[in-house]
Ligand binder design. Sequence first.
Ligand SMILES: [Zn+2]
Ligand SMILES: [Zn+2]
Length: 271
Amino acid sequence: MQMSKLSTMRRKIQWPMIVWMTTVHALAIVGVFYLNIVNLGLIAGLYFVTCCLGICIGYHRLLTHRSFKTHKFMRRFFATCGSLALQGGPSAWVGDHRMHHVASDTEQDPHNAKKGFWYSHIGWIFFEHRPENRGAIAKLCRDIRSDWYMRMLDMGLIQIGMQVILGAGLLYLFGWGGVFCGIFLRLIVSYHFTWFVNSLCHMWGYTTYKTKSLARNNWVVGVLTWGEGWHNNHHANESRVKAGMRWWEVDVSYYVIKVLSWFGLTWGLRV
Ligand SMILES: [Zn+2]
Ligand SMILES: [Zn+2]
């Protein structure tokens, strides 16, 4: 079948994902009523662990782009933190993101920004992959699937199980406020901030480099996402460990990787 025909085929709606996202958003609203200084600290702390260590450093700069090297136990630690962000297992995340770089802002891009803000922000996760993309995305993450530990993290039951264990710990230590803020409100904050990279950073901001994508540097997203908002810089050279290139382009993820290198925990930083 021709590519053009395939790409216009109806894509199945992922109803479980719609139910999940609706539920988490509703429970996050409950969390707003529990907000206090302790629970705000909890959200910030868990957002750092799951999104800075997990998604930005682990899933993105290490697993997807191999922009630095580390010990096997650190690789697995970062991936475990990433799976606690409930943005999917490492293989799916890496496959989608590598495809985003291969085919930025085209029909094959999983979150093609040319389809508008809402599609690239959240809409894309409600549809299954384009038929012509499925095999390609699976191939793009074969290296991640070669590690049994990553395959384990890919399992939805494991991801939910770890979140339940975390929630039980928060309930014991902080009560229900800890659960609603530390799990649901934190997930919503981290979801939208991460999705801003796919939506806002392909629409609004400035460009330093000429790239084949619409990627922009957006300082609001840069600050909110531990440095991932310097997205034009990133698309210009995706394997570079740094996203912030000017002194004022704050890139917390890079600073953490750099500090860890002083202790021999990371090395081979590609700059
Ligand atoms: Zn991008
Ligand atoms: Zn990337």
